[in-house]
Design a protein around this ligand. Structure first.
Ligand code: NAP
Length: 264
């Protein structure tokens, strides 16, 4: 595969900003999403299902996953399955069981969206609570590494698989008080870059990072409690770049750090 490089391909890489997925764009693709029960993960899961994907809904709150599953079933487009996994507590056996279950049910994986994350606290490094630091790094970064590792054989079994890491503005620019969250998102960007280079020769899976930008969710409210959230994009407003990266339209794109919302 020859990945689109940042230089000289700006137009190609801006394609995700104006993309509108066709009705059956993701038909036949099996796509796993972490944190699929709420916020952006939920919106992407519903949109991907509406465009024909078979979803694997991964998350820790089973009742939320069941609610998303019911909404997908009501679409009557494709089937979904629920995979309860608490990324804070999961151990090797849990990851192996998930991979085995997906192998038995689907035999491959066409897409993996690492979306689940926690904010932790906003605090100066000097006072940053160490257990919170470890929790944030574990959920946002180490769990994504472990899940990628265990699912790579399934991703390799698909002809055009795509791994999408969810980044953040905080993962590209370090600011005071953002502590473990920023460090985890810088780590996510690094993990994406390493993996993209390691897998480049094989052509599949391709690996990219996507920054949703400011979006009206629980995590955003936690970070900016006094903000007027009505001015922010809703999760369903920013799903198209995710569909672009997870689907055939972005074939050949590898190792890129992209944004869902155009810079103002
Ligand atoms: P959100 O509404 O808080 O959703 C986070 C999701 O992660 C929830 O489904 C949550 O599950 C799940 N999660 C948290 N801890 C988990 C764990 N231990 N195991 C499994 N799942 C867990 O936040 P969001 O804004 O949609 O965030 C989605 C992604 O976008 C994150 O990676 C975030 O860093 C990124 N992002 C968001 C913004 C923004 O403005 N919203 C900006 C930049 C980047 P429960 O519902 O069960 O808690």
């Amino acid at each position: 595969m020859s990945p689109i490089k940042k230089s000289g391909a700006a137009a190609a890489l801006a394609a995700h900003l104006s993309y509108q997925a066709g009705p059956d764009e993701l038909r036949g693709r099996v796509i796993a999403i972490t944190g699929a029960g709420d916020g952006i993960g939920q919106a992407v899961a519903l949109a991907a299902a509406a465009h024909g994907a078979e979803l694997v809904l991964i998350g820790r709150s089973v009742s939320k996953l069941e609610a998303v599953h019911a909404r997908i079933a009501a679409l009557n487009k494709a089937e979904a399955s629920i995979a309860p996994l608490d990324l804070e507590r999961a151990v090797a056996r849990d990851y192996d069981q998930l991979a085995d279950a997906l192998q038995r049910r689907y035999g491959r994986l066409d897409g993996l969206l690492h979306n689940a994350a926690i904010l932790g606290v906003l605090s100066p490094i000097e006072q940053y609570d160490v257990p919170t630091w470890c929790r944030v790094l574990h959920v946002n970064l180490t769990a994504a590494f472990a899940l990628t590792q265990v699912l790579l054989p399934l991703l390799r079994s698909a002809p055009d698989a795509s791994i999408v890491f969810t980044s953040s503005g905080a993962g590209r620019h370090a600011s005071a008080y953002w502590g473990a969250y920023t460090v985890s998102k810088f780590g996510v960007e690094a993990l994406m870059g390493i993996l993209a280079e390691e897998l480049e020769h094989a052509g599949t899976p391709r690996v990219n990072a996507l920054n949703p930008g400011p979006v009206r969710t629980r995590l955003r409210r936690q970070a900016f409690p006094a903000e007027d959230i009505t001015r922010l994009a809703a999760p369903e407003d920013i799903v198209q770049p995710y569909l672009w990266l997870l689907g055939p339209a972005s074939r050949g794109v590898n190792g890129q750090s992209l944004d869902c919302q155009a810079k103002r």
